[in-house]
Ligand binder design. Structure first.
Ligand code: AMP
Length: 419
């Protein structure tokens, strides 16, 4: 039996970087006042169709959708924002405190063509803020991403930012864009021609070279913003500059989801070939209302966890691999019995210890201790058991001390905790 195409196992040997990211992300997000939220993997299809947009790639062709036994249409979540908005509304979180800051990590599902950096089950780290219209929050989320990546040791990433306007200024811009596109219609790919009237902005984002050439001199939304959107974007830029966060203004960045308003951004890398976006986000001030909640501004981002780890691997960033505090070498039945209880007790005290019950020789157990990167080794052979005195060896300094069996556990825990 094999995994399904586009699905994969992440084995214990490769999990160290994933854990390093998770640990640093939750530390940083908690420090900035975010709370973890957990949402279901399965939702009603309607939720994604209505929020992400009927004419997006995700909704048109990438969702894993099926009828359950009662013929309800269900979908494996392709992203987290829609579900978190649903949760915010369903639990009336806006009632006592409309300002909510969430983060979560989990699998998403999109039936894309699998390749390096693109999977059908992939993981995202997701952050959302509800109830704050201020441009400072837009800057803060980009700042947060910048710092998370910096703290993890990543280099070579760049933040691309754009503004997508609002319902005040976007309709007029869409008309201007549509006029421009009408003249180029024959040069556009089939997909873009079909989408043109419904969603002309998406054409700016099309990867097809013919479309890229055709839209080269297209009018930019950034040059057609209303005063409020223009001012909002200016604050985002000056705040980022003051915080020394490098960014590039990218006038064609529109992102693949329909719900964005005002600031949208992507963190890009050059090291993963075609799959260059490691994270993406944007403001979505109208979505909460569109899904049945009160008029609530909101903004968020998602990090592509799989891609982030791939970039870290390329940069040879060290994974989180806590070594063993103690390896107990036990030879003989009586020693093994003692070693078993000592080991459990030590682990119970939050220290990492292991022993081996296969009756191997001192030499091969010493080898194993080295392989497991043990800080200390406790030697318990027949002689030590008989004399009730055990040898504790510091594997780094090679120093050895004798520990009396009567006070062994307390002494051991004391020494190991000091390391
Ligand atoms: P999106 O939800 O489309 O804005 O994507 C946010 C981030 O998730 C992207 O920047 C990618 O890093 C990552 N991502 C999206 N789709 C996939 C996929 N199929 N496989 C791996 N990562 C993905």
């Amino acid at each position: 039996m094999q995994t399904i195409r586009g699905f994969r196992d992440i084995l214990p040997g490769r999990i160290g970087l994933w854990q390093k990211v998770e640990k640093e992300a939750s530390r940083l997000f908690e420090a900035f006042g975010f709370k973890e939220i957990r949402i279901p993997v399965l939702e009603k299809t309607e939720l994604f169709a209505r929020s992400i947009g009927e004419t997006t790639d995700i909704v048109e062709k990438e969702m894993y959708t099926f009828d359950d036994r009662k013929k309800d249409k269900l979908t494996l979540r392709p992203e987290a924002t829609a579900s978190i908005v649903r949760s915010y509304i369903q639990h009336k979180m806006y009632a006592d405190n409309p300002i909510r800051k969430f983060y979560m990590t989990g699998p998403m599902f999109r039936r894309e063509r699998p390749q390096k950096g693109r999977y059908r089950q992939f993981y995202q780290i997701d952050v959302e803020v509800f109830g704050v219209a201020s441009a400072y929050i837009d800057s803060q989320l980009i700042y947060l991403l910048h710092n998370l990546f910096k703290n993890l040791g990543l280099t070579g990433l760049s933040a691309h930012i754009n503004s997508l306007g609002c319902p005040e200024c976007r309709p007029a811009y869409q008309k201007t864009l549509l006029n421009f596109l009408e003249a180029k219609k024959d040069l556009l790919c089939e997909n873009c021609r079909r989408r043109m009237s419904k969603n002309p902005l998406r054409i700016l984002d099309c990867k097809a070279q013919t479309c890229q050439d055709a839209i080269k001199n297209a009018p930019a939304i950034l040059d057609n913003l209303c005063d409020e959107c223009d001012n909002h974007f200016k604050i985002v830029k000056t705040t980022l500059e003051k915080q020394n966060v490098d960014f590039i203004v990218n006038k064609t960045l529109v992102r693949g989801l329909d719900y964005y308003t005002r600031t949208a951004w992507e963190i890009q890398t050059t090291s993963l070939g075609a799959q260059s976006a490691v994270a993406g986000g944007g403001r979505y001030d109208k979505l909460v209302k569109e899904l049945g909640g009160p008029d609530t501004p909101a903004i968020g981002f998602a990090i592509g966890f799989d891609r982030l780890v791939e970039v870290m691997e390329q940069l040879n960033i060290e994974p989180l691999e806590p070594g063993l505090d103690l390896f107990i070498i036990a030879m003989g039945n009586e020693a093994m019995d003692k070693a078993y209880h000592w080991s459990c007790n030590i682990n119970q005290n939050g220290l990492r210890s292991e022993t081996d019950f296969q009756g191997k020789s001192l030499k091969s157990l010493m080898k194993k201790a080295n392989k497991l990167n043990a800080g200390h080794v406790l030697i318990a052979g027949d002689k030590e058991v008989k004399e009730n005195a055990f040898i504790l060896r510091n594997m780094e300094t090679k120093e050895q001390v004798i520990i009396n069996g009567d006070s062994l556990l307390a002494d051991l825990i004391n020494i190991l905790k000091k390391q």
